[in-house]
Design a protein around this ligand. Structure first.
Ligand code: DGP
Length: 139
C-alpha cells in the first residue's frame, strides 16, 4: 500500500504520531480532528496515500465513504446533532491543508453559523479524547 513518509496522515496510520482513533480496518482509519470545526469533528482516511479526489483509487474512495457512513451513525448516536456534513476538500483554494485524501464528518447545530473554511484552532485534547471514547462505544 502506498505511503508518503512526509505525510502527517500517513504518520498517524503508521502510529508514528498519536491520534484519538475511532475505528480502523484493513483499508481505512477514522480519528478525531484535533482542530475541530465543531464538537465531535472526525476524519476518515484511506490507508493508501493519495493526495486528493483525482489521485485516490475508486476502491479507496468507496471504502472511505463506507467507513464515513459508520462514523456518522456513531456520532449521531453519541451527540444527537441537528445535522451533519460529510465534506471533502481538494486543493488549497478549496481549503485542503493536508494532502492526503480525507473526509470530514462534521456534526452541526441549528444556527451554528459554521463557515466551511474554518480556521485551524487547536481543540481541547482532554475533551476530544473523552468524546472519542463515547463515539467508539456507539460504533
Ligand atoms: P483539510 O483542511 O480539509 O485539509 O482538513 C485537514 C484537517 O486535518 C483539519 O481540520 C485539521 C486536521 N489535522 C491537521 N493535522 C492533524 C493532526 O496531526 N492530527 C489530527 N487528528 N488532525 C489534524
Amino acid at each position: 500500500m502506498s505511503s508518503d513518509s512526509d505525510c502527517i496522515f500517513c504518520k498517524i496510520i503508521a502510529g508514528e504520531i498519536p491520534s484519538f482513533k475511532l475505528f480502523e480496518d484493513e483499508n481505512t482509519l477514522a480519528f478525531m480532528d484535533i482542530n475541530p470545526a465543531s464538537t465531535g469533528h472526525a476524519l476518515v482516511i484511506p490507508k493508501e496515500h493519495a493526495a486528493d479526489v483525482h489521485a485516490v483509487s475508486e476502491a479507496a474512495i468507496a471504502q472511505t465513504v463506507k467507513t464515513a457512513k459508520m462514523i456518522a451513525l456513531a456520532i449521531d448516536r453519541t451527540l444527537n446533532p441537528d445535522g451533519l456534513n460529510l465534506l471533502q476538500c481538494n486543493g488549497p483554494a478549496a481549503a485542503q491543508s493536508v494532502m492526503h485524501f480525507h473526509m470530514h464528518v462534521l456534526p452541526r447545530r441549528e444556527g451554528d453559523e459554521l463557515k466551511l473554511n474554518w480556521g485551524l484552532e487547536p481543540g481541547d485534547m482532554d475533551a476530544i479524547g473523552a468524546l472519542a471514547e463515547r463515539i467508539r462505544s456507539n460504533l
